[in-house]
Write a protein that binds this ligand. Structure first.
Ligand code: ZN
Length: 396
């Protein structure tokens, strides 16, 4: 099969190998190349919690990280970030950055928000002030942040939403997506993007991804896909999954929608998931992922390993001299025992969170490295089978 090539003004995406629906490729942004499928560590407030940028770059080799528009907008605010020269300069990260639109964070505030056609009014979780987020405001904030990949401002229906409610929400997302694109184009033309960077063969501008909604209703998902593709974006995301629906529903949606998404654009599954979720979604055709699990769970004493999850608090590890994961080659597993990590955790040492976060991110990124290699070598089905068997065999 000839490689699929996409030349757009802001990024290139090339699928180089395929195994069933699983794809391995290269996404070229103005800040470098990203091998896909890729896991993107989440840097909520301009930091991937609990890990230094040096480790993200050198040992873990994360090629792209996320920033959260909602959090950065409220604190430190776009004036601070703009005066620093954009988010890359503010946090000192030269590799690619993707920012979400703030839509999901505002959505997760629940009762604190009020949605209208124009946008969403909500109370800041920081100081209780009344704020207003709309497609136009989100695009303006993301231009000030200067991220390399921008997400449209969408609305998310709850996992168990009725057909009627989901349809209303999905149509609102379509209208907001169109407004996002118009505002985005205007801001690019005005030079509002602080992250502009000349790169060979690329325009140097930000890229914009659309988001497909529709909860667990496949008919609506297909309509949302069509609405989004008709507007036209550099990449396409599946949103509104992993928000309380059954896992089987999530995979049903991915299996139906991913293969129908444009083949020459990156496909991004937002906010998912565990290592096994990532491998399952890759098998259904997804290229990009982000999730707070490796960092958040690292701070609460949970390690993801090739043999399942392990809770370092458990008494069984008091004298356990083995590493967290005997088949992991990360610097934490090469140096420290479960007994020591448990001791750090129990005594409330900050190093416990740091080391567990490091290992968890290493495990997620290594898993994706294995996924990419196996797709390229034609061994993905074997990789998937062995990965799942190992997880199932032991567990915690
Ligand atoms: Zn490790």
């Amino acid at each position: 099969m000839p490689p699929l090539l996409r030349m757009s003004k802001s990024l290139n995406f090339k699928v180089e190998a395929q195994s069933g629906e699983a794809r391995a490729g290269v996404l070229t942004t103005r800040r470098g190349q990203i091998e896909t499928p890729v896991f993107m560590p989440v840097g909520t407030a301009g930091t991937v919690k609990g890990i230094r940028f040096e480790a993200l770059e050198s040992e873990l080799d994360a090629q792209i990280i996320l920033g959260n528009t909602y959090h950065l907008w409220l604190r430190p605010g776009i004036d601070v970030i703009r005066s620093a020269g954009g988010l890359h300069r503010f946090i000192s990260w030269d590799r690619a950055l993707l920012t979400d639109s703030g839509g999901f964070q505002v959505w997760s505030l629940g009762a604190l928000r009020k949605i209208s056609e124009e946008g969403t009014e909500f109370r800041s979780h920081v100081d209780g002030s009344l704020r207003f987020l709309s497609p136009e405001v989100s695009m303006e904030v993301q231009a000030a942040l200067g991220s390399d990949i921008v997400m449209v401002f969408d609305e998310c229906a709850p996992g168990e939403a009725s057909h009627e409610e989901t349809e209303r929400s999905m149509n609102l997302t379509a209208r907001w997506s169109k407004r996002s694109k118009e505002a985005f184009d205007r801001l690019q033309a005005e030079g509002a993007d602080t992250g502009r960077l000349e790169a060979e063969g690329l325009s140097g501008t930000q890229a914009l991804f659309g988001i497909i909604q529709g909860a667990g209703h496949l008919d609506l998902r297909r309509i949302s896909l069509e609405q989004t593709v008709n507007i036209g974006f550099d990449g396409y995301a599946v949103g509104g999954l992993s928000v309380g629906e059954e896992k089987s529903v999530m995979f049903e949606v991915i299996e139906d929608i991913a293969p129908r998404m444009p083949k020459d654009a990156p496909r991004y599954l937002m906010g998912v998931g565990t290592p096994e979720d990532l491998v399952e979604a890759v098998a259904r055709g997804v290229d990009m992922f982000d999730c707070v699990l490796p960092t958040r769970n690292g701070r609460t004493g949970q390690a993801f390993t090739s043999r399942g999850k392990l809770n370092i608090k458990n008494a069984q590890f008091i004298k356990d001299t083995r590493p967290l994961d005997e088949s992991c080659t990360c610097s934490v597993c090469r140096r420290h025992s479960r007994a020591y990590l448990r001791h750090l955790y129990i005594t409330g040492e900050m190093l416990a969170s740091i080391l567990l976060t490091h290992h968890n991110l290493a495990f997620f990124l290594d898993t994706m490295r294995g996924v990419r290699q196996s797709i390229r070598s034609g061994d993905f089905p074997k990789f998937q089978r062995e990965f799942t068997e190992r997880l199932d065999a032991n567990g915690e």
